[in-house]
Design a protein around this ligand. Structure first.
Ligand code: ADP
Ligand code: MG
Length: 630
């Protein structure tokens, strides 16, 4: 393995090395690099194919995954094992996504808890992190094939509105794919960098980034000063995008042909074909006035289909999508309001996402802001291109660019099962402050041990312990009720202050540490290398520990419930529950994460009907949040 060396003060790599930029999109993903000769960002692609890889994972009957164009071919025909839009599930619990449950055509586990959501395909369970890692692995392999060199380092982009958990999940997916994720950056920031904005030292401006992709829309207002990008506001609609344009076209054609949507649903092959033709039509109309398609090419014996032809003019298309465009403009107006600005304060408008190729979209945005938009860079590559620019800065190739101080290793604390919960990821700019809430695991627990660790491994035993203290005097409450907020603050001198406070009672304690104290450059390097070598084992262990913890919690909760509510439960239910509990207990002693999750799910199925009857608040509270060791 190549030796890497990292400058602790700047976080930059000492040795010139290819770092790729990755846009991990909801619909499409791609990789870009700075071309070694031209020094310009370019998207990677095989000779005549597209640079875009559809963000879709298909599993065959043996559980083998395929990613991209091949997987896209199964969207309508094998919906239950073709996973699209995994990005929407990143860092989410079922409670977060249940209002949009109808959107997913595959099985999203609906255990109604706060624990992270999983997808079930056959008898396998996949976390959104697993699913994203399949996509990242595919991108890594493609890049290696094209560049003919190993690719191990990347900058990955995320939406500006992604929270801490979603960013961490993206980092983990990268790690699982064998990538050292040097930095997670915001998509609008990346898009601005691709236009060269913010790269001049005293460039000061306010930018609106309008991003209309396949399934999501967002607009971000950014302020750049001295090379620092600040997100002033974001707005948008996570269920609005180019796919909705396709759907409107299909509905329009169905009406013309005289077919109902129900009829279409019964013919999966036709649905798949129409979906592809509709997208084709939409793209065609971005640079033509009419689209025409002769149906006889469709193999069908429905007479309504063999006589009709699919036709659409730009005029009709614009009428169809006008209400959706109007919605995005309302979001722009709200984003401005939240930032306390008006359209005249915006210096530059950047267009991102494949759907901004639609001329009516461009016109509407430019009319709203009252100036021309920036659309010269390919809108579905612009985010990846900007990520490559950021990667180049991190590689130290862009000498003029000022690099802020960053943390060389991640900082976090120990949670249930000896897991590392990262609060400040490595490469974060300092000063920085991050807070997260935890709760207790046992009824009446009066103290909580806060153990602070540094490093990239998933189990704290493989990381470096920096400090430990006990938060005492938590008043007696049922498990899950106390709210302990832990804050990590790194000041400009690199000193870490950890504070823990129980919010209901106000008890508080803190400690100060110097994270880099006593660590040599070589040791930091070794810690980074270890985290990559062990990434796969680590993440599997983490998944197993998490499955066990969740299983144990469900057992505890169920047991409590049974003793309290015995009168509400029939003999049969009692017996079925006891059997399911026993099966789960046994599964927990084994090393098979999927088995534990299956048994947890089965216990949930059994108890759901009577739990719903009598779930009381204290018990549901105990299932919420993360737990620190008692
Ligand atoms: P995401 O950011 O969600 O991954 P993309 O930025 O790749 O998505 O945008 C994908 C969307 O762009 C799809 O709905 C696709 O049909 C649409 N699109 C791509 N090219 C064109 C075009 N020429 N005209 C209109 N829409 C297009
Ligand atoms: Mg995108």
């Amino acid at each position: 393995m190549a030796k890497i060396s990292i400058n602790i003060a700047t976080g930059s790599l000492q040795q010139a090395e290819m770092i790729v930029g990755i846009d991990l999109g909801t619909t499409n993903s791609l990789v870009a690099i700075i071309h070694p000769e031209t020094k310009k960002p370019v998207a990677l692609k095989e000779h005549d194919s597209s640079s875009l890889v559809p963000s879709i994972v298909h599993f065959d009957e043996y559980g083998n995954a395929s990613v991209g164009e091949v997987a896209k071919g199964f969207l309508e025909t094998e919906p239950q094992n073709t996973i699209f839009s995994a990005k929407r599930l990143m860092g989410k619990s079922y409670n977060d996504v249940k209002n949009n449950a109808g959107f997913f055509t595959y099985k999203v586990i609906d255990d109604n808890t706060e624990s992270l959501v999983k997808v079930q395909v056959g008898n396998q369970f996949y976390s959104p992190i697993d699913l994203s890692s399949f996509i990242l692995k595919e991108l890594k392999q493609r890049a290696e094939h094209i560049l003919k060199t190993p690719v191990t380092k990347a900058v990955i982009t995320v939406p500006a509105y992604f929270n801490d958990a979603q960013r961490q999940a993206t980092r983990d997916a990268g790690k699982l794919a064998g990538l050292d994720v040097l930095r997670i950056i915001n998509e609008p920031t990346a898009a601005s960098l691709a236009y060269g904005l913010g790269l001049e030292k005293d460039d000061e401006r306010t930018i609106a980034v309008y991003d209309l992709g396949g399934g999501t829309f967002d607009v971000s207002i950014l302020k750049i000063t001295n090379g620092i990008f600040e997100v002033l506001s974001t707005n948008g609609d996570t269920y609005l995008g180019g796919d909705d344009f396709d759907r409107l076209i299909i509905q329009h054609w169905l009406k013309e042909i005289g077919l109902t949507e129900e009829e279409l649903h019964t013919n999966k092959q036709l649905a798949q074909t129409l979906r592809l033709i509709a997208e084709e039509a939409k793209k065609h109309l971005s640079s033509n006035e009419v689209f025409e398609f002769t149906l006889p090419e469709l193999t069908t014996n429905d007479s309504r289909l063999s006589t009709a032809s699919l036709r659409l003019t730009t005029y009709d298309f614009n009428l169809l999508i006008a209400p959706l465009i109007e919605k995005t403009i309302t979001s722009c107006s709200n984003a401005l309001k939240d930032a306390g600005l008006t359209t005249t304060d915006i210096d530059t408008i950047v267009m991102v996402g494949g759907s901004t190729r639609v001329p009516a979209v461009k016109n509407a945005v430019s009319t709203f802001f009252g100036k021309p938009v920036n659309d010269s860079v390919n809108p579905d590559e612009v985010v990846a291109l900007g990520a490559a620019v950021q990667a180049d800065i991190l590689a130290g190739n862009n000498k003029d660019f000022l690099l802020l101080d960053i943390t060389p290793l991640s900082l976090g604390l120990e949670t249930m099962g000896g897991l590392m919960d990262v609060l400040i990821p490595r490469n974060s700019k300092i000063p920085t402050k991050v807070g997260r809430q935890y709760t207790t695991y046992q009824d009446g627990q009066s103290g909580m041990r806060i153990s602070v660790f540094q490093g990239e491994r998933d189990l704290v035993k493989d990381n470096r312990k920096l400090a430990e203290f006990n938060l005492t005097g938590i008043p007696g409450m049922p498990a899950g009720l106390p709210k302990v907020e832990v804050n990590f603050l790194i000041n400009a001198d690199g000193i870490l202050v950890v504070t823990a406070k129980e919010l209901r009672s106000g008890v508080q304690q803190s400690i100060e540490v110097k994270p880099q104290y006593g660590l040599t450059d070589a040791e930091v390097e070794q810690m980074l290398l270890d985290s990559i070598t062990h990434a796969k084992d680590d993440i599997q262990t983490r998944a197993l520990v998490e499955a066990r913890t969740e299983g144990e919690q469900i057992l505890t909760v169920t047991e409590k419930f049974l003793t309290k509510n015995a009168s509400l439960i029939s003999k049969d239910e009692m017996l079925a529950t006891a059997n399911a509990m026993q099966a789960l207990q046994l599964a927990i002693t084994m090393e098979d994460k999927n088995l534990i999750q299956t048994k947890t799910e089965e216990l949930n199925e059994v108890t759901r009907p009577f739990a719903e009857r009598a779930m009381d608040a204290a018990i549901s509270g105990a299932m919420k949040g993360q737990n620190i060791m008692g």
